[in-house]
Design a protein around this ligand. Sequence first.
Ligand SMILES: NC(=O)c1ccc[n+]([C@@H]2O[C@H](COP(=O)([O-])OP(=O)(O)OC[C@H]3O[C@@H](n4cnc5c(N)ncnc54)[C@H](O)[C@@H]3O)[C@@H](O)[C@H]2O)c1
Length: 368
Amino acid sequence: MTNRVRLAVVGCGDVAFRTYLPSLEQLGETSCVTATCDLDSGRAQRAAELSGRWSGDVRSYTDLGACLASGAFDGLINLTPGPSHPRVTQAALSAGVHVFSEKPLANSIPEAQALIALAKEQRRLLLCAPATTVTNRWQLVERLVKGGELGRPTLVTGGHSSMGPAGWRGYTGDPEPFYSPEVGPILDLGVYLLHAMTSLFGPALRVLASGRIAIPQRRVLSQGAAHRVIEVRTFDQVLLQLEFPDGMAQLITSFAVPASRAPVIEVHCTEGSVSLGQAGWFDPEAPVDVYRRDEDNEDAEGWRVETPSSPGPVDNLIGMGPAHFVACLRGEEEPVLTAEQACHVLEIALRAKESAAAGRALALETTF
Ligand SMILES: NC(=O)c1ccc[n+]([C@@H]2O[C@H](COP(=O)([O-])OP(=O)(O)OC[C@H]3O[C@@H](n4cnc5c(N)ncnc54)[C@H](O)[C@@H]3O)[C@@H](O)[C@H]2O)c1
């Protein structure tokens, strides 16, 4: 257990306790938590006690400056609410600490680009969730599609929707930021698929979107804030189309969908299709359905199921983010969840909102 990457967890809320800390425990051979930080001292302490079980000595802080001044860690995992991400990431990079940020990377493109420049200047790694593209499941899709057996990819369709955190009874955090202009369904849910789409086709050229507020007020169902009413201040339903140099994609993302059995994402190629169902979306090793067409042999046509061949280091998609971060810091993997791709996806999300308001397609400028 020597040479473990030392990590600080900043923002000890729902996703920290639900997903990150259990995943970091699974990564206990290669990393340890040495600091936790939250504005709420009770949460910071609880996270420190929990991670102390596999990490050893963990100090808790309520002040990010004091946490950074301790110098007790190599990398910081930023799990604060979306609007706070750039401030926390900027402070950590300035202190010479590597950062893995939950999505979104920033609230604007200039802000994201400034963080990328700062990371370069400080020679520090800056990675960003979501971890869709480093899961064994998506790696299998990429191998199938890029391997050529299914021909050339032409179209990706996806849908990632729910009622959002206000409608999630088990949610322990504050649902309000998710319905604010800084977040909304594209940046909370759509990004999982936008990362997948852009990892297959590369940077997109143009975005055309429609959006609306379908349900303007939400009664909060989660235990901590039950019966509070939230005003929805961003499009809670977005239909989005992307043009790539050599392909197209379509995405439905919403906080106004009670349930769905549609596939999360499908990749259509000239000679076949790959389909990923809702069930198992957060399981990085869930099977995928593959259809192959064969114009010369009808018997060879049809669906089959393929399963990723090896287990990953953690058992959920979100936890693959810190797993990749730790592996990169140990020199075992090359960065995939780059800030540059996250910046491009952020531009798609922000331009989609503008496109929906303007009623026309808009060109995209960033690349990765
Ligand atoms: N909850 C999930 O299942 C989930 C899943 C994927 C991604 N995420 C992302 O994770 C992030 C956090 O979400 P959450 O659901 O855990 O929210 P949350 O509200 O439950 O937790 C956020 C925590 O950050 C703390 N905080 C706020 N500002 C801070 C600061 N400046 N310094 C230190 N602590 C600060 C808050 O006190 C709170 O405890 C968001 O970006 C969200 O999109 C959440």
